[in-house]
Design a protein. Structure first.
Lengths: 293, 251
């Protein structure tokens, strides 16, 4: 069970996933409670053209810079678009998502190695993670966790009670930008290893699964991290076993994601049962009423 | 009594330059209880948001605790309507109350013993000492409202604003809230609460401000809530039933 990870590339892949688990666990909790699943999905798509441009300009090493610029720009644009209320969150997000993704595809299709490039951008290359990439992910992880730690309290307040947070003097738009940038940074950190599509799974599924087991935010963050670690280990092991012992090709990143989704499905009934047990039907007094004066 | 908790002189408030509420003229001293009364859409919530500096003052002068509305935010407490909150949010009652201390604690410093004690005391005060560890969402509407009141109390505000604090609230919770509000005003906190409920306004408020697009009456309940002023503010929805009584039927 441990032996495959003594092979250097497997060890690095596991280390990379462990780092991603550390950041995706807590961040996914915020994505969950803030209902930012769709925004996260959009961010992963809009980072895509940044990845392509970065790669065209600077090769593999250019990817992070390209992704970083695209991610931060998207975070700002999404915050501004949804703030004015001119567009609904969904519509404006969808517009940005599809526009940016198309630009990415148009750019990458100009290259002769179109298909293989596209695949690696979309699904990542977890098994070819280098020591340098590991170091970069570690730096990003420290930055992301730092940002999250500073903003956590205000972000929780804003998410639970936007009007109350504004009344307490918090700047809602800045907090929204803060969280959008954190999510963008996670996408940047994860993009080379798991690709722009699968990172969505790491940002959405763990917290949703953890919520089935606990109603505590810290508990959710710890469980989410644990789930990603387990799925990371299990997924890598499964893809190794499949290809070494059975000669079947099973992409590591998809194995990881499938295990996460499996965990979610297994926990789903527990969550439903818990909900039934703890949620009374709230008693309400009728509102259209008559008042005697 | 010193500075007024609230002074509105010829104030219009609204969104995007369009007034929702005009000609508001009121002064509230420390410890006084003001009820904002009016039909749905009268501008009660808008007036409360303007006191918080969240809706712009379009005309006139608004002074809150001696300063601008936005500048007074750290000394103003706000209790939102419970309905506006997500009951599924994974958070305990005590964590919600702790939010009232966030501005005092700062962005990332850990909570101190004094904060935790304030939270316990506030929960005790609203009669929920044993529910601190409960998930906010499993509490009844009235209990949630009391938790939000406790959150406002721990910030020790000079002026407390409550948006429809008795909507969907059971009798036990209503009694608890009324008791705490009386204690607060006795200790010098000025209160502004919006309500549909004329009985509540009569029993709880020193001053009633009757609103519907503009200020229709201001004064002690007996003076402000006359059949005549209610008919003016509520239009056709106030029906005189004789015996000097008026019935309001909201559309």
């Amino acid at each position: 069970m441990i032996e495959p990870f003594t092979v250097p590339f497997m060890g690095r892949a596991l280390a990379e996933l462990a780092l991603l688990a550390l950041i995706c666990g807590p961040v996914s909790v915020f994505v969950f409670v803030r209902r930012l699943s769709f925004v996260s999905d959009a961010l992963t798509h809009t980072v895509f053209p940044g990845v392509v441009i970065g790669f065209l300009a600077g090769g593999i090493e250019g990817i992070v810079v390209g992704a970083l610029v695209a991610g931060v720009v998207t975070a700002v644009v999404l915050t501004l678009l949804t703030r004015g209320g001119a567009l609904s969150d969904d519509a404006s997000t969808a517009v940005v998502l599809t526009a940016m993704f198309s630009i990415g595809v148009a750019l990458v299709s100009r290259r002769s190695s179109y298909t293989s490039d596209l695949t690696s951008f979309l699904f990542g290359r977890i098994l070819t993670v280098t020591t340098r990439q590991l170091a970069e992910t570690a730096v990003l992880a420290v930055v992301i966790l730092g940002f999250l730690l500073i903003g956590a309290r205000a972000l929780i307040f804003r998410t639970f009670d936007p009007a109350g947070a504004a009344a307490a003097g918090y700047r809602i738009a800045w907090l929204d930008l803060w969280l959008n940038i954190i999510v963008a940074l996670v996408v940047v950190a994860a993009v080379r290893a798991v690709g722009t599509i699968l990172v969505v799974a790491l940002l959405i599924v763990p917290a949703a699964a953890a919520r089935m087991l606990t109603a505590r935010l810290t508990g959710m963050a710890v469980l989410s991290t644990g789930l990603i670690l387990l799925a990371g280990y299990g997924g890598l092991l499964a893809s190794w076993t499949a290809s070494v012992d059975y000669g079947v090709s099973l992409t590591s990143a998809s194995a990881v994601v499938l295990l996460l989704v499996l965990a979610y499905l297994l926990l789903l009934p527990i969550g439903v049962l818990r909900q039934r047990r703890v949620r009374p039907v709230p008693a309400r007094r009728g509102s259209p009423h008559e008042l005697v004066g | 009594m010193g500075e007024a908790a609230l002074r509105y002189a010829g104030v219009s408030v609204g969104y995007h330059g369009t007034p929702v509420l005009r000609e508001v003229e009121l002064t509230l001293a420390g410890g006084q209880r003001l009820a904002l009364v009016g039909p749905n859409g009268a501008g009660k919530s808008t007036l409360i948001k303007s006191i918080l500096g969240l809706v712009p003052v379009l005309a006139g002068t608004a002074t809150v605790l001696g300063g601008t509305p936005a500048g007074a935010r750290h000394r103003t407490g706000y209790v939102p309507q419970t309905d506006s909150l997500d009951a599924d949010f994974p958070i305990t009652a005590a964590q919600v109350v702790m939010m009232g201390r966030y501005r005092r604690i700062g962005w990332w410093r850990p909570t101190r013993a004094v904060d935790r004690r304030a939270v316990r005391e506030a929960l005790d005060r609203v009669g929920l000492a044993d529910r601190g560890g409960s998930h906010f969402g499993i509490l009844s509407g009235g209990q949630r409202q009391r938790v939000l009141l406790a959150r406002a109390i721990v910030a020790e505000p000079g002026l407390l604003l409550l948006d429809e604090p008795f909507n969907g609230v059971d009798a036990v919770s209503q009694d608890a809230i009324v008791r705490v509000l009386r204690e607060l005003s006795a200790a010098g906190t000025a209160l502004v609460l919006s309500t549909h409920d004329l009985t509540v306004a009569r029993e709880l408020a020193d001053l009633v401000c009757l609103l519907n697009g503009r200020q229709w009456a201001l004064g002690p309940p007996a003076e402000a809530l006359t059949g005549e002023s209610l008919r003016r503010a509520y239009g056709g929805h106030a029906i005189d039933v004789g015996d000097g009584r008026t019935v309001l039927v909201e559309p």
